[in-house]
Design a protein around this ligand. Structure first.
Ligand code: PRP
Ligand code: ZN
Length: 300
């Protein structure tokens, strides 16, 4: 059953911004892996799913060429690859299955401190360093700007200081790289987050079924992140108001309280975070003995 042919192969970033979060979400989906440091492949011990650790820039091709069945990668990398292929008359073949709630960043234009920015036309006739020539090229074309794109493979932020470019177009997440290099972010040209992609090839029934199961688990993991389980006591007369106040809950469970006919216990899953303000309003509406618990797993 467990032969290598029948195991899903998922590409993740080897080391970088996305690595820890990618491994974390997979662990929360129940995956246990054995991984020695610097190993290219980690085998799933309890699921038919193995991980391939690669450069994020290689993930779109590994998946669309069916070397890997799945990949976790930023939209920034995907969009660059898609536009690059489009420019050569080819269509990208990877399929996006889910957008995940991590790896948020943006591709932005930045100018050296002290340089004035008067909108896109500031770029006319200038040199812009980037590792995203296709996305930048589309932006320049959309704004009818003629500028020179200086394509680098990394360390874009030092290009202006080295005299290789006037401006840069790079990924910004916290903004600390820009600040450390005396650059000012002036315009965002692409918003990004991590997505799960799959091969265009139809897989064996076994693998397809496991992809479905993985998706259900990912949805569950994403759902519970904000979800809380809330318990409280309330007079029956306060129930309508209390139900209004419970954030994102569908059908609370109402349980009679032994020896106190006017009061009930209310248990509910709230699909949004429960803030102190909400608890205060619930209390004001008559609730008492309030308890909020984190939800670990959820499967609807
Ligand atoms: C990006 C970008 C900057 C840094 C910005 O690199 O090239 O170096 O992150 O982050 P900050 O705003 O939090 O300082 P990335 O992690 O994508 O690495 P890669 O380009 O080598 O894949
Ligand atoms: Zn990269």
């Amino acid at each position: 059953m467990d032969n290598r042919q029948n195991r899903l192969k998922l590409a993740v970033q080897k080391s970088g911004r996305l690595t820890d979060h990618s491994l974390d979400i997979l662990a929360r989906c129940g995956l246990k892996i054995s991984r020695g440091k610097d190993q290219l492949i980690a085998y799933g011990e309890n699921l038919p799913l193995d991980l391939l650790f690669v450069r994020d820039d290689d993930i779109p091709d590994l998946v669309q060429e069916d070397v890997c069945d799945l990949g976790l990668v930023g939209l920034n990398v995907l969009e660059e690859r898609r536009l690059e292929m489009l420019a050569r008359g080819a269509e990208a073949k990877f399929q996006i299955l889910r957008a995940l709630d991590f790896g948020y960043c943006r591709l932005s234009l930045a100018v050296p401190e002290g340089v004035e920015w008067k909108g896109p036309q500031t770029l006319q006739g200038k040199r812009i360093a980037t590792t995203y020539p296709a996305v930048l090229g589309r932006y320049l074309a959309e704004h009818s700007i003629d500028a020179e794109i200086v394509t680098l493979s990394g360390a874009v932020e030092i290009a202006p200081r080295l005299g290789r470019a006037d401006f840069i177009c790079d990924l910004v997440s916290s903004g600390s790289t820009l600040a450390a290099n005396h650059l000012r972010e002036v315009e965002t040209i692409l918003q990004s987050q991590v997505v799960l992609i799959r091969t265009p090839v139809k897989l064996s029934a076994f693998k397809e079924e496991w992809i479905e199961r993985l998706l259900l688990r990912i949805d569950g993991v994403e759902q519970v992140k904000e979800s809380k389980y809330i318990m409280l006591h309330a007079p029956r007369s306060a129930l309508p108001r209390i139900r209004e106040l419970l954030p994102g809950s569908e059908f609370p469970t109402i349980i009679p309280l032994e020896g106190s006919p006017d009061k009930v216990a209310v248990h509910a899953v709230c699909r949004e975070n429960v803030f102190w303000e909400t608890l205060e309003s619930l209390k004001a509406a008559g609730a008492s003995s309030l308890l909020v618990l984190p939800v670990e797993k959820m499967l609807s």
